[in-house]
Design a binder for this molecule. Structure first.
Ligand code: AKG
Length: 283
């Protein structure tokens, strides 16, 4: 990666393509070798293979499908969800959403290994101090589950966006995290290359986002604007966990295949906060 990975630098020239982000593949036992690189922005993507067994994946997927907390998002980002949707919410609205939805997100792992706990154990075993961020005295939710179902052009089921404005402008404990990492666990993922996360070598500046009227949320970024930007398509399998630099623009593609091609993502964020002197987790 190159200098474009530094978020929030007003002077970045986002129109100059650079080389595409690189992917490291590993397993949970070797994750410690890559954590520092993620936290300090040298590494853009780490795919941790097989963090969950087939049996646990099926259990977690069933828990999602049968959850009394399953709902359709209605905030302009289309998806079926279980858990807290923090997008563009102030703290009061977010805590109300937490009350209504977070218990259901915690129950998704009932009867299975909780892979977020496995990740957090690995972070601590690697020598990092770690805890959930606190929001107005309340521990933050750490994950929520989504089947993205936008039906827009070119098989994009989640439009391109950057997550840094939501971190930076949150006013929350994690707002000083310079390199937010998206944690994505896929209990169900279509086989083959029908579906992928596209990670661009582009961290838009505040100025670039403001010009497009998306300075607050970083969403959505027009597909047509990204034609010349190098990217990496990442194709996880069911049971994998993907960690990637969430400030980089990214989107999700899914071919209209069979009904069985379900893509369920349980995700949240982690990142090193200098102020808290810890790795924090949040959604
Ligand atoms: O579903 C994915 O793989 C990525 C999700 C994502 O980018 C997001 O939740 O912001």
């Amino acid at each position: 990666m190159n200098s474009l990975v530094t978020p929030w630098n007003e002077s970045l020239d986002v129109s100059v393509p650079a080389r595409a982000p690189a992917l490291v593949e590993t397993d949970l036992a070797s994750l410690d070798e890559h954590l520092d690189g993620l936290f300090d922005g040298r590494l853009s993507a780490v795919l941790i293979k097989r963090v969950a067994s087939d049996q646990d994946c099926s259990r977690i997927f069933d828990n999602f499908m049968r959850s009394p907390g399953l709902y359709q998002r209605s905030d302009g980002v289309s998806g079926r969800m279980v858990g807290t949707n923090a997008f563009m919410k102030d703290t009061a609205a977010m805590l109300l959403d937490y009350l209504r939805n977070n218990g259901y997100a915690e129950l998704l792992f009932e009867g299975a290994n909780n892979v977020f706990r496995l990740l957090y154990d690995a972070i601590e075993d690697a020598g990092h101090r770690f805890r959930p961020a606190y929001i107005n005295g309340v521990p933050s939710p750490t994950h929520r589950a989504t089947i993205w179902d936008d039906s827009c052009i070119e098989q994009l089921v989640l439009k391109a966006h950057t997550d840094w404005p939501q971190v930076r402008h949150s006013g929350r404990e994690y707002s000083d995290v310079t390199h937010p990492i998206a944690v994505n666990f896929y209990p169900r993922h279509p086989d083959g290359k029908a579906s992928c996360v596209r990670l661009y070598d582009l961290v838009p500046t505040a100025h670039w986002l403001r010009e497009r009227g998306i300075h607050a949320g970083g969403y959505p970024i027009d597909f047509a604007e990204l034609h010349e930007v190098p990217y990496l398509d990442i194709v996880p399998s069911s049971g994998d966990m993907l960690l990637f630099a969430a400030a980089n623009v990214h989107s999700v593609f899914q071919a209209r295949g069979h009904a069985s091609d379900v893509r369920l993502n349980i995700n949240g964020f982690i990142g090193y906060s200098r102020r808290a002197n810890r790795v924090l987790a949040w959604v």
